[in-house]
Design a protein around this ligand. Structure first.
Ligand code: NAP
Length: 559
């Protein structure tokens, strides 16, 4: 018997650290880490001890003999990794304790943002004694993309917030809610009170396609649409029109799949999740029956992960439709497949696509259609989107070996009233900090922010998560990323590279009170969280999100 990792894998490698026989890979020490869809258990090496099960923050590990029918493909998915990477080095021992006694001068760090990367950075820093961490969040709710990005029908992924609860009990940890850096406080002011500032505010901005008609009503960025259905206060009023029968999504990453599912899932099922009440109301009257997802390249290059694709094939009452001709592999990918050289997870992905194309059912009244090698050329309509023009692509191997899409000139029109561009997230610049607009990140070397012209470190300034490395990877991939940054920060502190703060704590608290009288602390979130869960219990839901700022302030100001 072996244990297996399944769909909810968050990649944070908590399981790796507890495995006594090093049978879970890739480990954070291996080059494949953060590059694979998920982690995998080696069926040959697993000793069936089950130590990994309680360590998993998202309940993604199951015993082979207790596997649900829908999860049986994970037997092959876990084993396939080891056909390419049969051996791997050991997980490194944890970092040694600091060389210097922090008690002489407690290390004080500000963390900007409260999402996964911010929390993982705080956890790593607070493993040391005598460390103070002040976390700043511009909203009145913490957890960033876990609350506003993870799809409501993925409650297991959201359970990772339990891992962060330990911070609430740590002496020296403070949460400042409703405080925006770059607005209420500047980088210089934060730096004056701390040895170091870690920016971990994610990458929440959209990217545009730059095609005609993109600005028509009915055309939205996926980032906005996701924020809308997840109850982000800035997007609660987004004008989402679901009156047409067809939606088109551009891009085929996991965000595209999340959106497609939400658009066609039975609203009675969504009513059991924490989806925003306004989105649930809108979806109850939605006319959308078909969602077309356009990938500009082929099935072998699809950006979605196997786990999310597999889940799409198992949705009750929804057909997944793939046209066999449209899904044919380009010559390069077909050659790799034939020679057996295709990466094992890509091979499984391609096989699954062929299976759906061959056997997919066409009986339900709602469906998700996956199209490949097609790009959006323009959006058409009088007052709003009515049609899209789609271009068929050639797939050719570039000089770098990557398969690239080039237009064939062959176009066709498709009727659609809702168009969502799901082509990735990017970061936004902050005053007083360097920014790389081409990558949408803050320039850095292994988490140390650098001046892009000279490459010199910006003293005491660090980054973690998507703003450090770009918008890729699920929640848990931020664990190693943030821990690496935190370790460099501690190294710099120990080596005397971080000057002592020039201001004390009372100065910081006074400044926050003066600039943002409505700032709240961690206890405010405890009250809001309890209020949302209580509302949820009344309605048979995990929580009912309280969204409007006035309503939130009313709840958190209750004692
Ligand atoms: P993504 O995975 O990077 O996918 C972006 C998609 O947009 C790709 O299909 C890409 O195609 C396409 N694209 C980019 N520029 C384009 C253009 N100009 N025209 C047409 N297509 C274009 O991004 P994402 O879906 O936003 O996800 C971000 C990260 O969050 C990913 O790592 C994802 O796995 C993770 N995530 C995970 C989950 C989960 O685990 N359940 C859920 C949501 C998000 P090319 O490949 O051809 O560039």
């Amino acid at each position: 018997m072996t244990y297996l990792i399944t769909q909810a894998c968050c990649n944070d490698a908590s399981c790796v650290a507890v495995c006594p026989v090093n049978c879970i890979h890739p480990t954070p020490a291996e080059p494949q880490f953060m590059k694979t869809d998920m982690l995998y258990i080696d069926p040959q090496a697993c000793i069936d001890c089950g130590a990994c099960v309680p360590a998993c923050p998202v309940n993604a590990i199951a015993a082979e003999d207790e596997l649900e029918e829908k999860d049986t493909p994970y037997l092959e998915i876990n084993a396939a990794y080891y056909t390419k990477y049969p051996t791997a080095p050991d997980f490194p021992s944890p970092p040694s304790s600091p060389r210097k006694n922090f008690a002489d001068e407690p290390l004080r760090v500000a963390i900007v943002g409260s999402g996964p990367a911010a929390n993982y950075a705080a956890l790593e820093l607070m493993r040391h004694s005598a460390v103070e961490v002040n976390m700043f969040e511009r909203l009145y709710t913490p957890h960033g993309l876990i609350r506003f990005g993870v799809a409501p029908d993925h409650p297991g992924t959201k359970a990772v917030t339990d891992t962060f609860k330990v911070l609430d009990r740590k002496p020296g940890f403070s949460l400042f809610l409703g405080v925006e850096i770059g607005n209420h406080l500047s980088h210089t002011e934060l730096a004056a009170h701390h040895h170091a500032v870690v920016y971990a505010m994610g990458a929440s901005a959209d990217r545009s396609l730059g095609i005609p008609g993109e600005e028509l009503p009915g055309s939205h960025a996926a980032t906005d649409f996701v924020a809308w259905y997840n109850g982000h206060p800035d997007y609660a009023d987004l004008d989402v029109d679901l009156s047409s029968e067809r939606a088109v999504i551009v891009g085929n990453g996991n965000v595209a799949l999340d959106i497609a599912r939400i658009l066609v899932t039975d609203p009675d099922d969504l009513a059991k999740t924490d989806i925003a009440p306004h989105a649930l109301d809108a979806l109850r009257t939605s006319n959308i029956r078909e969602v077309v997802i356009l990938g500009r390249r082929g099935p072998a290059q699809a950006a979605y992960t196997i786990a999310e694709f597999l889940a799409l094939t198992q949705l009750p009452g929804i057909d997944l439709v793939i046209d066999p001709l449209n899904a044919e592999l380009d010559p390069t990918s077909a050659g790799l497949l034939q020679s057996g050289a295709l990466d094992p997870t890509t091979r499984i992905k391609v096989d699954m696509t062929s299976d759906v194309a061959r056997e997919g059912s066409h009986t339900a009244d709602r469906r998700i259609v996956l199209r490949y090698a097609e790009s959006l050329e323009r959006l058409l309509g009088n007052d709003r989107v009515e049609h899209v023009e789609i271009m068929r692509n050639h797939l050719v191997e570039g000089s770098d070996g990557e398969v690239k899409a080039t237009p064939t000139g062959d176009t066709h029109l498709l009727e659609a009233g809702l168009v969502l561009r799901s082509i990735g997230y990017q970061g936004t610049p902050l005053p007083d900090l360097p920014f790389d607009p081409s990558r949408g990140t803050i320039p850095n070397t292994e988490g140390r922010v650098v001046d892009p012209d000279t490459g010199a470190p910006v003293p005491g300034t660090y980054v973690a998560g998507w703003i450090k490395r770009g918008a890729s990877g699920g929640i848990g991939t931020n664990k190693k990323c943030a821990a690496d940054t935190a370790r460099h920060l501690v190294d710099d502190y120990e080596a005397g590279r971080l000057p002592a703060p020039s201001q004390d704590r009372s100065w910081l608290e006074g400044l926050v009170a003066e600039r943002q009288p409505e700032a709240a602390d961690g206890s405010a979130w405890v009250r809001l969280d309890a209020a949302e869960r209580a509302l949820g219990t009344e309605q048979g839901r995990p929580r009912v999100k309280i969204i409007g700022v006035d309503e939130v302030l009313a709840v958190i100001s209750r004692t």
